[in-house]
Design a binder for this molecule. Structure first.
Ligand code: T1G
Length: 672
């Protein structure tokens, strides 16, 4: 909970509530009592509040939200701290997030260690800082900086916080407590505490208007950012008490809203995905200090960057020099582009490139702890490669495939070590996309699985375990959606309307934009083309997607898309040839057929035990396909819509959905 200790005439209160020192009811009550007792104790001139373990505090206890609140609430505790007659100083190290920063904001001074990361990420939970953050932060760092921090939810480091006036002093890590106690004693000697709430927020209304003008449009579709701006506007237009009251009202509104419920679901779903049911406690991760990658193409290069950026040396093998040099050059140009955007320093780029060993000989992979195959998506190609890896790699090395669809058990069977084989399915661009589908084969050993999950955290990825089936979780659900999209355009819907419905739903792209980005000729060859489907004909005519400047859309030099009459004619021609009657199709039908077929497939995936839990499916789609997190992911969304409505929609479109419309038993049982 908390511990207290006297350092001479200064009381030190330490929050000790693992794993993240969340400021739950019991913790708040204990802090409040300690601060109050210090006020009454003549032998104490000041109080220091710090955190035990690796951080100060991860904020309010999110698991308490929506439940009857315990007294004192965090806003009341912050007000009491600010009002106290004797100085209260915050000693900050590691993460100081949300309420874990608002409490220090209400203190009369803040001393930080270099490890401190200070942020108000509530907006990422569909909320706003609800314990004074929108009123006190602008008073310390100015309106513009406060809006940046509150609306983005991104943290800043100790040095930036010092420069911004958010903290008063940065001291070496080991001297944090002593530094804070000394600062507190000095503050007491200076007399009445300096209260944040009594300050003025620099920048005024003009800064709020400027921020809204500059960033307002990009906030579309989400409730919390707009509420954040309104609350901060209160910090310049209203007296403190009224600004705090408005903040509270806005907070409570958001807390009860659908978007925050969905985003909080997504928060806990991401953490739950890490847990593997039935994994023996002694399944400890194996060491991974050197990684091999087979294939220097787009995926191989992106995967290599992910490991290089995490400080792990990579040996990358290709069949021929040209392909290898192109792969290495692409990695360097991607790093240099990111460095231009301030993501890496030039030294970091050189250090990462220095960890890369490009080779043409497979034998060079013999001492790797893990080898990831990212070669052409053909089973024969992969089994041949795994056979070679099995002969070359040291015993105990893990062999992983980046396949996006194929049978991991069949690949494992090409080796004498199926227990060391699994799928590690990265998403393109692999150095950017957060999702990693970890595909557990029938014989994958627990320690091998645990290694992949631990590695994902080290790489900054969100890992989800999938069983073996065609397309695993994500792509398996994508298939019925793409099939419905293709059927809908034959039946009369325009590709741009199908995409618009998905964009309005909050997806980053519609099915036809996605097809054009990936390339219509993925898995297509002129030799095997029959010229029967829309895709066949478009590819035969050189309309292969963005890379050819035309696909389902025509693209200008800035890659802006416009609908194509030629494509419409091709679609009508194929529909006529296939005897498909064309009709006017409304947005509701488009949305229901695309999304309900996906949800139904998700339910079948759960029926078969391919995914451990419904929330894992949500994590896959939010982090791998850009499903709007403000709806919580496909399964959470379906629940909020009502499984009965989904089941009814599937029945309504049954004749057009084919097998994708055969309702999953789980869905039917949930819809009853
Ligand atoms: N409340 C309750 N549980 C929390 C929690 C929190 N704030 N933060 C983390 N956990 C749990 C998490 O579910 C997991 O549980 C375990 O702790 C370890 O988390 C009034 C409204 C702090 C950077 O948004 O960003 O303050 O799975 O795996 O990688 O204005 O957790 O083990 O059972 O993520 O070391 C604002 C949320 C709250 C920060 C640590 N704060 N947390 O990362 O560990 S709202 C946040 C994080 C608020 C006030 C408002 C991260 C972390 P389990 P983890 P980590």
């Amino acid at each position: 909970m908390i511990s207290t200790a006297r350092h001479g005439d200064v009381l030190v209160v330490t929050v000790d509530n693992p794993p993240v020192n969340a400021l739950g009811t019991a913790v708040r009550r204990a802090i409040g009592e300690a601060v109050t007792s210090a006020q009454a104790d003549a032998g104490i001139v000041a109080t220091v509040i710090g955190g035990a373990g690796k951080l100060f505090s991860g904020g309010a206890d999110i698991t308490e939200f929506g439940k009857p609140g315990g007294e004192p609430g965090l806003p009341e505790l912050c007000d009491a701290v600010e009002a106290s007659a004797k100085p209260v100083i915050a000693a900050l190290h590691g993460t100081c997030f949300g309420g874990g920063l608002e409490l220090p904001l209400s203190c009369h001074g803040r001393v930080a260690a270099p490890s401190a990361r200070l942020g108000l990420p509530e907006v990422k939970l569909g909320l706003l800082p609800g314990a004074g953050g929108t009123q006190r932060l602008p008073r310390l760092v100015g309106v513009a900086r406060a809006l940046d921090m509150i609306v983005s939810g991104d943290p800043i480091g100790a040095d930036a916080a010092l420069a911004a006036g958010l903290v008063d002093r940065v001291v070496p890590e080991a001297e944090l407590l002593a530094g804070a106690v000394a600062f507190a004693r000095d503050a007491a000697a200076r007399g009445a505490p300096r209260r944040t709430g009594e300050r003025e927020a620099q920048g005024g209304v003009a800064a709020v208007d400027a921020f809204t003008a500059a960033k307002g449009r990009a906030l579309g579709g989400r409730d919390a950012p707009a509420a954040c701006i309104r609350a901060v506007r209160g910090a310049v237009e209203l007296p403190l008490a009224d600004g705090l009251a408005q903040e509270r009202r806005l907070f409570v509104d958001l807390l009860g809203g659908a978007q925050s419920k969905a985003l909080r679901h997504a928060f806990f779903a991401e953490r739950a995905a890490n847990k593997i049911e039935g994994l023996p406690a002694d399944a400890k991760p194996l060491k991974v200090e050197r990684v091999g990658i087979v294939g220097a193409g787009t995926m191989g290069g992106g995967i290599a960057m992910t490991f290089l950026s995490a400080g792990i040396p990579v040996t990358m093998v290709e069949r021929e020099r040209g392909a290898l040099d192109r792969g290495v050059a692409l990695i360097r140009s991607n790093y240099e582009r990111s460095a231009k955007r301030g993501r890496f320093t030039p030294d970091e780029v050189e250090a990462a490139m220095g960890r890369l060993t490009p080779v043409l000989e497979f034998d060079a992979l013999h001492d790797c702890d893990l080898v990831i195959e990212a070669a052409f998506e053909l089973l024969e190609v992969k089994t041949e490669i795994f056979g070679r890896l099995d002969r070359i790699c040291r015993p105990g090395a893990i062999l992983a495939s980046n396949t996006s669809y194929l049978d991991i058990d069949a690949i494992a069977a090409a080796t004498s070590r199926p227990g060391s084989v699994l799928g590690m399915h990265f998403f393109s661009p692999a150095n950017v996309m957060k999702l990693l589908e970890v595909v557990r084969g029938a014989r994958t050993e627990p320690a091998v699985l645990a290694t992949a999950m631990a590695l994902a955290k080290r790489l900054g990825k969100v890992a989800v375990v999938s069983g073996v089936c065609h397309g695993f979780i994500g792509n398996r659900m994508l298939n019925p959606r793409q099939a419905q999209a293709n059927a809908l355009i034959l039946e009369g819907a325009a590709p741009e309307d199908v995409d618009r419905v998905m964009l309005e739903f909050g997806m980053p792209m519609g099915p036809f934009q996605m097809a054009d980005l990936a390339g219509l000729d993925l898995g297509w060859t002129a030799e095997t083309s029959k010229g029967e489907t829309v895709r066949d004909i478009l590819c035969e005519r050189g309309r292969r997607g963005q890379k050819t400047g035309k696909g389902f859309y025509d693209y200008d030099v800035d890659r802006r898309r416009t609908p194509s009459d030629e494509v419409k004619a091709v679609i009508a021609e194929v529909a006529a040839r296939q005897g498909v009657a064309r009709r006017t199709i409304g947005d509701d039908e488009i949305r229901e057929r695309l999304l309900y077929s996906m949800v139904n497939e998700g339910a079948k995936i759960l029926d078969e035990g391919i995914a451990q839990r419904a929330s894992d499916i949500d994590v896959v789609w939010i982090n791998g396909y850009g499903w709007p997190a403000t709806t919580g992911g496909p399964m959470f969304w379906a629940e909020s819509v009502g499984f009965d409505r989904v089941a009814a929609g599937l029945a309504r479109h049954r004749d057009r959905l084919g097998d994708a419309g055969e309702p999953s038993p789980r869905l039917l049982s949930r819809s009853a």
